[in-house]
Design a protein around this ligand. Structure first.
Ligand SMILES: Cc1cc2nc3c(=O)[nH]c(=O)nc-3n(C[C@H](O)[C@H](O)[C@H](O)COP(=O)(O)O)c2cc1C
Ligand code: SF4
Length: 412
């Protein structure tokens, strides 16, 4: 039997195999609450044989919401989340939830206040004014993380994943791209880690000894003025010292280097096609003109983070979870042979929720995902979905998908 299908442990949580559905924002939480669509999707992934599925990008507070249809952790949604985790458990999988705060990556209409971040100023990437957080606000967000973990436990989650990468709030504190503070929250890397440290301590305290605590953290930001591999190894060592049960190693700072996260190209036509013309005409026009320049392509390769992730494996002792371009059983086995405890997949399971079962039954050895990233372009405005599940896909989008998949076949 392949090692992929052997059990593993993340902190106190035992998974039936080494596959984890990565946090991939579903855009299915109407009214910031769980919906039938969210329930159906994660239940299908659980039924499809996954070891653990991660409900994506739940905000720990209203101020941390970056999307209108994003989960916001509050007591009113616990009962519906519990129905979701019960259904996941009934299918034999474990349930995790990603907890985050978007910091400056939002708008007043979504987060209900002037967006806040490390520093005051204008954020050209969200096109909004941002207010630098006060000491009291920083401490409030730390408490919000703790409260969110308590709610996650009540809702039956086995594990929480703290989002400390991709340029959201924790990452905004860590990175010199965004953190220009002159108080104790800015300056040296050690001082820039202060906020992360307090969040992780609070999360671990609330997770007690019966929940898994995973942290998704960057291996590099993807631009010269951002965090580099050596800085991120220091951050990872600090997470290890604090007692995180496992790290998910990712890269990219979405406001300045978004394509490092997923690799491939951003499908500009799909992205702009679904944007609401009435409220977002200016953004749509801007992306049509400058999109390619703002979101340069990163050539897609299978297992694209593996070489960098191996440097982290060599420097750390705690369990590591690989993510990025896991579509082929041979790469999955290679990753486990390199000493990673488990691996996450996003697009392979957007393409087919039954992928893990098919691998295990020997019906395929590779996902049919072609990494066009249509699902990502779409996700900003509509519920996450693969292009193969969309009826009457407009010809221009179909053409964009085909072109991108052809380029990826060349580079992979
Ligand atoms: C539709 C979509 C939405 C995503 N949303 C999130 C998210 O909410 N949080 C996160 O940490 N990563 C997010 N990601 C990144 C994935 O979790 C993952 O790191 C990345 O897609 C690489 O894995 P893959 O090659 O298996 O797709 C998203 C990816 C996709 C495809
Ligand atoms: S839309 Fe493209 S990238 Fe997304 S899951 Fe489907 S095939 Fe994969």
């Amino acid at each position: 039997m392949s090692k992929v299908f052997t059990p593993c442990k993340i902190g106190p949580v035992e998974l039936r195999n080494r596959t984890i559905r990565s946090a991939a924002f579903e855009n299915m939480a109407t009214g910031n609450s769980p919906s039938q669509m969210l329930y159906d999707y994660h239940t299908a992934v659980a039924r499809g044989g996954i070891g653990m599925t991660t409900v994506a990008y739940a905000s720990v507070s209203r101020s941390g919401l970056s999307f209108d249809n994003q989960l916001w952790m509050r007591p009113e949604i616990v009962a519906d989340l519990k129905k979701l985790t019960d259904a996941i458990h009934a299918e034999g999988a474990k349930a995790s939830i990603q907890l985050g705060h978007c910091g400056n990556m939002t708008h007043r209409s979504t987060c209900g206040q002037t967006p806040m971040g490390t520093n005051s100023g204008f954020n050209p990437y969200s096109y909004t004014f941002v207010r630098g957080m006060s000491e009291a606000e920083i401490m409030e967000v730390v408490e919000d993380y703790g409260a969110a973990v308590n709610l996650a436990r009540e809702a039956g989650f086995d594990c929480v994943e703290v989002h400390a990468g991709h340029g959201y709030l924790i990452s905004q504190f860590l990175s010199p791209i965004t953190n220009h503070r002159r108080d104790r929250w800015g300056g040296s890397l050690d001082d820039r880690m202060r906020f992360m440290r307090l969040v992780i301590e609070k999360v671990l305290e609330c997770a007690k000894d019966d929940m898994g605590v995973v942290v998704k953290t960057n291996m590099y930001d993807g631009v010269r003025r951002g965090l580099q591999v050596e800085d991120c190894i220091t951050v990872a060592k600090e997470l290890q010292r604090l007692g995180a049960h496992a790290l998910v190693l990712t890269a990219g700072f979405v406001s300045v280097a978004p394509m490092h996260v997923m690799a491939g190209s951003m499908p500009i036509k799909s992205l702009t096609h679904y944007m609401d013309f009435k409220t977002m005409w200016w953004l749509r026009a801007g992306i049509k003109v400058f999109g390619r320049m703002m979101m340069p392509t990163v050539p897609y390769k299978d297992a694209y983070f593996l070489e960098t992730a191996k440097r982290f494996r060599a420097a750390l002792d705690l369990p590591l979870i690989y993510v990025g371009g896991m579509v082929d059983i041979r790469d999955m086995e290679r990753v486990l042979d390199e000493g990673f405890e488990a691996f996450q997949m996003a697009r392979a399971l957007v393409r087919d929720t039954d992928f893990v079962n098919k691998l295990q039954r020997g019906e395929c050895t590779r996902s049919e995902c072609g990494h066009s990233n249509y699902c990502i372009g779409r996700m900003y405005s509509k519920e996450m979905r693969c292009h193969t599940c969309v009826d009457n896909l407009p010809a221009k989008l179909k053409h964009e998908v085909e072109k991108s998949e052809a380029a990826n076949r060349q580079s992979r």
